[in-house]
Design a protein. Structure first.
Length: 210
């Protein structure tokens, strides 16, 4: 049975918070003196401080909040690749026009999700576990583990960030919480729609707020 995307989206707001914290490091320099885990932790901490100091202002200005997401998060998202991975087999069957429309709608949906999640960032503590050894210096792909802790009830959840080396930088291409992949969950939901027409109509409905 197809899950309503609105319900699905509320379920993954928690993931949206974490993904927001990580996406701005999409061009992490593969510095030989600092591994990806160290860079993730320092970046997460800096972003949490920045958001918490602007929380009141952003809460009272939705347009400013959207603009912040567009300027600090979306430039680091390879939205075409993410859209293709999230859409799964449907991507290959879609026409070029349908692919472009999906990319546009998916990007807008991500922007709105980050905006809804960002104000709760200061309510969580994110701990990144160090990578063992130095094999990451020659690996093409790395998985960085950690945990997120709710400051309100102390509940912990395990998380893993998946990164790919790209030249002198690292790019995050997926995130999982308690072993559940962000992109695979998207894919499962999108595949439940009979065709691209109904899926695009649903995304447009969500993005228009109706």
């Amino acid at each position: 049975m197809k899950m309503d995307l609105h319900v699905y989206w509320k379920k993954w707001t928690y993931v949206g918070i974490l993904l927001f914290l990580l996406l701005p490091i999409g061009h992490l320099y593969a510095d030989s003196t600092q591994n990806p885990a160290d860079l993730i932790q320092s970046t997460v901490t800096a972003l949490q401080v920045k958001i918490s100091t602007q929380q009141g202002q952003l809460q009272n200005s939705p347009q400013e909040l959207y603009q912040l997401i567009k300027s600090t998060v979306m430039p680091y998202v390879d939205i075409d690749q993410m859209a293709g991975l999230a859409l799964g087999p449907k991507w290959r069957k879609a026409s070029p026009l349908e692919q472009q429309e999906f990319v546009n709608q998916f990007g807008l949906l991500l922007t709105k999700t980050y905006a809804n999640a960002i104000l709760a960032v200061s309510n969580y503590k994110i701990t990144i576990y160090p990578l063992r050894g130095d094999s990451w210096q020659t690996q093409q792909y790395v998985a960085v583990n950690g945990k997120v802790t709710s400051l309100s009830n102390g509940q912990n959840s395990n998380l893993t960030y998946y990164l790919e080396r790209s030249g002198n930088s690292w790019k995050i291409y997926d995130l999982s919480i308690e072993g559940v992949s962000f992109l695979k969950n998207y894919q499962a939901q999108f595949q439940s729609f009979a065709n691209m027409t109904t899926l695009l109509a649903k995304l447009n409905q969500l993005n228009s707020g109706s």
